[in-house]
Design a protein around this ligand. Structure first.
Ligand SMILES: C[S@@+](CC[C@H](N)C(=O)[O-])C[C@H]1O[C@@H](n2cnc3c(N)ncnc32)[C@H](O)[C@@H]1O
Length: 270
């Protein structure tokens, strides 16, 4: 066991967070993770680009939320804070922005705590998205986020780890119900729509990490926003969501394999 890591880390199985970290060029991964990452990459050379595209979508979405005045973020499934984290983007624009990171992976949590030590406007929670009430309770305990004010709830690349049997729509409803009008929800989610077979094969390989991915349709991903107002351009393949420049959009944005979307909780009329 390398120094400084919690003893509950299973080094005999690849971890989704560490495989993702490897694809993003981070240093927080082990041989077992690199082997799986290379195997997946050999089947779909586009995959590392896909993962970076996910991080770029998240950054663009966070900037839109900041422009709308959001100054507190709950980032669930935050991963290992590798390159361009949410708090860096948020506090770069608003030094008073608060960010609570939540992840199920003890490695991601340990590295997040280490990296954020000394940043008093950020917090880290080790929890499972399948327990949204617990996440909300622990977030309240941290005292960083006030749910009476608009909040940005970020679910980037995580809801696809929740199988239908665990009722992701109910989890999403619990999170939405905790939020005040003016809040935003950001989701990116892997999809089978418009995907070539090799992409679908690589997704199946993810079953070897601790959690399997459930690919969903645009309609299903849109459903996770409930009755919140989905912002333009809607739920689209990630590179198409408000690109910084048209030249950033690949010829085949669907090959990035995931939808991105952002919705706002508008106060019901009357
Ligand atoms: C693909 S990474 C996304 C990281 C980051 N949100 C981003 O977009 O750059 C997915 C993360 O979700 C975490 N995760 C998977 N299932 C989870 C669950 N049930 N609850 C909380 N986090 C989970 C994994 O540990 C991993 O760190």
């Amino acid at each position: 066991m390398p120094d400084g890591l919690p003893t509950e880390i299973d080094l005999t199985r690849p971890s989704a967070a560490r495989v993702y970290d490897y694809f993003l060029g981070g240093a927080h991964n082990f041989e077992i993770d690199r082997q799986l990452a290379e195997q997946i990459a050999s089947m779909t050379p586009n995959l590392a680009a896909t993962m970076r595209s996910g991080r770029e979508f998240l950054r663009r979405a966070v900037r839109v939320l900041l422009d709308a005045g959001i100054d507190q973020f709950l980032d669930i499934g935050s991963g290992i804070p590798t390159v361009g984290n949410v708090h860096e983007v948020a506090q770069g624009v608003n030094p008073k922005a608060r960010v609570v990171y939540v992840d199920i992976d003890p490695v991601a949590v340990a590295h997040s705590r280490e990296l954020l030590a000394g940043n008093e406007l950020t917090g880290v929670i080790h929890a499972d998205l399948r327990e949204p009430e617990r996440i909300l309770a622990e977030t309240r305990q941290l005292g960083l986020i006030e749910f009476s004010r608009p909040v940005g709830i970020l679910l980037a690349g995580v809801v696809h780890f929740i199988p239908d049997a665990d009722r992701p729509e109910a989890i999403l409803a619990t999170l939405r119900e905790a939020a005040a009008p003016g809040s935003f929800l950001v989701i990116s989610h892997s999809t089978f729509e418009d995907q070539p077979q090799e992409m679908l094969d690589a997704q199946r390989l993810s079953a070897r990490t601790a959690t399997e991915i459930t690919l969903r349709s645009r309609a299903q991903v849109t459903g996770f926003f409930g009755d919140w107002t989905v912002l333009e351009p809607g739920v689209v393949h990630m590179p198409l969501w408000r690109p910084d420049s048209p030249s950033d959009v690949d010829e085949h944005p669907e090959r990035f394999g995931a939808f991105g979307g952002v919705a706002r909780y508008d106060q019901p009329a009357g």
